[in-house]
Design a protein around this ligand. Structure first.
Ligand code: GDP
Ligand code: GDP
Length: 454
């Protein structure tokens, strides 16, 4: 489970500036996929190799009424779901009555709260900080989010209780240099069991529980109860054919049965955790709503995580042909950029198409974990370069020499050559597609890294 850090504070103290800084990698991702919208509220963050989830709660003043009260309620819910709260104040304006009001709220929560004085650049930090001790939330942590001052220290402090656990689960991201002909040592990874962890995600009312029940109704299922908070999904072991699965049920079907209010609260954090914990994600989209911003933002989380993906357009029953055509053309137009995921059109309610989903899930899992030798990858690289030569850089031809595996799930291909820093993005895309077609990899993104050789 990734820890969750919530940013709280009145408007203009610098929450979104800090949010952007913490989730910076996501900007690179958004540039890679022009069809993606950025979620301004929830982000996957990474500071010095420590992954966590960050929530920008938006502004709360502490005295909201009417519709603002509703929004403040959302912020308070986010605070409930968080492991640590960063309560931000503005060192330039000094403490305000709104700050005091928010601090009253926070004091009532049993959360670890860090009082953060932002914008300490260009002010006398000591006296600015001193003023906020009156708020009575203990130590004041000075930062300048816009200039990345004090941010790493702050995060290390906020995540301190989780650091040991996190370092244990941090993935090996270091790119390994191998000489030509050498094989990537994946002994650590092959020890992983081949149980497929499948997360079923989607916005509220898209049909997650209906689909989960449908799947469970058809398969041999061993169900066990797991106590949990709103943040937790239900994990359901299941067998299908000769394969073992764990369904990660974000809709909480099992618990819902016993719940007095039938509606499980939709939680983005729960969804993020489920993605993180899965090998393959089924993202459900409601055919009747078309592709919404919420769908795109969930899709962004999946793409960023590198997990395998099957896209499921649900509620395909009883639709007129012109509506079906419209949905399909919208898919082409808005989701054409994800060319690796299979798309299924199903009716969870009637069961139509549900059985076929598993072919794509297994294909995606197998693609993501498939082993390919250095010799094979190098051969494919040579063919790709032969079919379409890398471009000239200031009169010199970029040379691609050899390729080897650098990791799996998602597959990482490390390519060695010279002048590779100058390789245009379009050629990089061409190579990824070439590898995808040659290796018949479907359902998972492929990552490519370049290594310069003299
Ligand atoms: P939010 O409403 O809390 O999300 O605040 P924003 O992140 O939108 O920031 C409000 C204003 O403060 C913007 O003009 C930012 O550029 C500015 N700001 C944020 N962080 C800093 C900082 O560290 N130093 C200075 N000088 N300005 C900052
Ligand atoms: P969840 O919030 O994502 O778990 O969504 P539910 O499974 O609770 O479904 C929300 C509503 O959509 C319910 O009224 C379902 O009966 C309905 N629904 C789910 N799947 C389908 C489907 O394939 N076709 C139609 N027509 N309705 C569906």
């Amino acid at each position: 489970m990734l820890p969750v850090v919530a940013l709280v504070g009145r408007p203009n103290v610098g929450k979104s500036t800090l949010f952007n800084r913490l989730t910076r990698t996501r900007d690179a991702l958004v540039a890679d996929y022009p069809g993606l919208t950025r979620d301004r509220q929830y982000g996957q963050a990474n500071v010095e190799g420590l992954p966590f989830i960050v929530i920008d709660t938006g502004g709360i003043e502490g005295n909201e009424q009417g519709i603002d009260a509703k929004m403040a309620e959302q912020s308070l819910l986010a605070i409930e779901e968080a492991d640590a709260v960063l309560f931000m104040v503005d060192a330039r304006t000094g403490s305000t009555s709104a700050d005091i009001a928010i601090s009253e709220h926070l004091r009532k929560q049993s959360k670890k709260v860090f009082l953060v004085a932002n914008k300490i650049d260009g002010v006398d930090a000591d006296s600015a900080v001193a003023e906020f001790y009156d708020i009575g939330l203990g130590e004041v942590h000075p930062i300048a989010a816009a200039h990345n001052r004090g941010v790493t220290q702050l995060i290390n402090l906020a995540l301190a209780p989780h650091i040991e656990e996190l370092s244990a689960q941090v993935e090996e991201t270091e790119i390994i240099d191998l000489a030509e002909g050498e094989e990537y040592d994946d002994s650590a990874e092959t020890q992983q069991d081949d149980k497929i962890k499948l997360a079923i995600i989607g916005k509220p009312n898209v049909g997650k529980s209906t689909l989960t029940n449908r799947i469970l109704g058809e398969e041999r299922v061993v169900v066990y109860d797991m106590p949990g908070t709103t943040r937790d999904s239900v994990y359901i072991p299941m067998e299908r054919g000769d394969r073992e699965y764990t369904l990660i049920d974000t809709a909480g079907v099992r618990r819902r049965k016993n719940m007095t209010d039938a509606v499980e609260k939709f939680s983005v954090i729960k969804t993020l955790q489920a993605i993180q914990d899965s090998n393959v994600v089924m993202l459900l989209i409601d055919a009747r709503d078309g592709i919404t911003d919420q769908d795109l933002s969930l899709l962004g989380f999946v793409l960023e995580s590198g997990r395998s993906l099957v896209l499921v357009i649900n509620k395909w029953d009883g639709l007129d042909t012109d509506i079906k055509d419209r949905v399909k053309s919208e898919l082409d137009r808005r989701l054409g950029f994800i060319d690796f995921a299979r798309i299924h059109f199903i009716s969870a309610l009637h069961g139509t198409g549900v059985g076929n989903l598993f072919e794509s899930v297994e294909e995606a899992f197998d693609s993501a974990t498939k082993r390919t030798s250095t010799a094979m990858l190098t051969k494919i690289l040579e063919m790709a370069a032969f079919d379409h030569q890398p471009p000239l850089v200031r009169g010199n031809r970029i040379k691609l020499k050899y390729a080897h595996a650098g990791g799996y799930n998602p597959p990482l291909i490390v390519i060695h050559g010279n002048l590779v820093d100058s390789l245009p993005l379009s050629y990089k895309r061409y190579l990824i597609n070439y590898f995808r077609k040659s290796l018949k990899i479907m359902g998972t993104p492929i990552k490519v890294e370049f290594r310069g050789t003299a």
